[in-house]
Design a protein around this ligand. Sequence first.
Ligand SMILES: CC/C=C\C/C=C\C[C@@H](O)/C=C/C=C/C=C\[C@@H](O)CCCC(=O)O
Ligand SMILES: [Zn+2]
Length: 629
Amino acid sequence: MTLKIYRDPSSASNPHLFFTKHVTIDWTIDFNRQVLSGYCILHLVANETPAKSSDFIILDTREINVKNVSFEDLKLNFEFGEKNFVGQPLKISLSNIPNLDSIKELALKIEYETSRDASALQWFEPKTTLGKKYPYLFSQCQAIHARSILPCQDTPMVKFTYEASVSVQKPLTVLMSAINTGKEETSETIRHKFAQNIKIPSYLIAIVSGDLVSSDLGPISRVWTEREMIERCAWEFADVDKMVKEAESLAGEYVWGRYDILVLPPTFPYGGMENPCLTFVTPTLIAGDRSLVSVIQHEIAHSWTGNLVTNCSWEHFWLNEGFTKFLENKLVGINQKSELFRQFECIDGWRCLVEAVKDFGDKSPLTQLVCPLDQVDPDDAFSSIPYEKGHSLLFYLEQILGGTEVFNKYLRAHIERFKGLSIDTNDWKQFLYEYFSDKVYFPTNCFKKFQRSSFEFKSGELAVDWNAWLNTPGMPPVVLKFDETLANQVKNLTEKLTNEEIVEKETIFDKFSSDQKRELVSQLLNQEPLSCSKIDSLNKYYKFGETQNSEILFRWIRLCIKAKWEPILQPALKFVTDQGRMKFTRPVYKDLYAWNFSRQAAIDTFLKERDCMHKTTASLVAKDLNISS
Ligand SMILES: CC/C=C\C/C=C\C[C@@H](O)/C=C/C=C/C=C\[C@@H](O)CCCC(=O)O
Ligand SMILES: [Zn+2]
């Protein structure tokens, strides 16, 4: 068994010597000190490059307090390398392991404790939870935060199974991105046990602990959250089993056993996180009308693209997110029984892409699909670009390679070919050419070079400008056209609201779906600023400020800020304080900062709130507001 090695600028680890095949975790959650303490055992396998006794096994860590490293009964020497933005390498010496040449497997036991600053963890004191009685903890390991909860080869090219045993004070629950395999109780504590028997990368390790309750949704699904939210969450996500079946019809068998959902506190920085067996989601999805469940479809889709077929490094993140966005939009179409709904989602996605390219600047390397990350923290590079540019490339290929039926078969074949593996863009492209070999002629040596040069098209070759799509900043080389039926129904009202005086609410508005209402505000936002009196009327007749749909509220707030409508200041500050989903919080903070009238209020609010925010959100918003950390 060997592991294919890729370049990963976000990891200091050296899996070319030994790579992880299984991890055993034993933790005690200490809510008083806000640390996880215990040990992990990394079960390593010798890779193709033979290790010498002068070598070190290098693991990624960040703010981890290592007490002891051992192999069987042998204590191993270790030291830390230099700290930088990817953490601090832990170098474990192999010098006193006898007969190193003959060792094929090596179980390294590392006893350690996390720090209070572990970047993967957010700790809550009881008073900050809904129930106010018990503390709460959750993790977010993507992209490179797993190293703050265990020393590991924190690169997605390495995939392993894991088992965990986690002790916590009674009556708290612990859940992980794995199957629950039982518990053991003492008078004071409960030890929860887990097993993840499918190989996963480190970024998919996840843990939550709190006073959680659950409600069954179907044979393989239940939703978990705090008691105060459970009924609303169970109603919102009632269709999840059906959605998993729809995804199976597209992508193949669902192999993870369970598809549970955890609804987190509002500081959770993302819409959703595809932790296997237990998707983590933001409470901003609870709209009260199931209108935001496409995030669940997105996370379900990751069960194949991302969690089975994984990007080998964060430079190829589009392979996770572009594919998943592509499946998500297809699932929306399948669920609504019409391709029109899929195409409608694509229009919104393209608009997000335009905005993200504008944000970074169209010359920025961070707008490339294959995104260079030397000396770049993946959190700083994160944007809609891998999602939407990746989606666009696949949408384009679908069109030129024969349409949905043909491409759906290819998607299945892609998943079948790469499941269980981590891949780069070259691997993806090579298989694409292999699969469609009847359609294209290509020179066999073209794959090696695609990163640097665009190659000339030969007769019969697939006419895709790969260099422009993959390695060039800015918008894609092709402007995609989507069916506009559903958007056009909105366009008439947009024009009316823009050009005419608003004297009452147009009745057509109530016939719109929530997504069309979102589209309406997006279209209004996509043009020149409205006058304050127009915003006054929209506010009076359409009451966008009262919506429970966070996507609409987000766009409404931005529309008002763009119009310099001063009454929006307090609602905008409340919005960025009540929830911390970065997709919403960062643009609103940035808009408030860009407007003289609200700049100081934005800074003051952030400074007051930052200690209660998620660490990643706080550090990125600080950069957005030009505040040093
Ligand atoms: C090219 C970009 C390079 C690396 C980025 C990789 C990871 C970035 C890190 O910041 C973690 C991202 C986690 C994302 C989780 C869920 C998203 O799909 C949520 C999307 C936005 C939202 O809906 O709130
Ligand atoms: Zn995703």
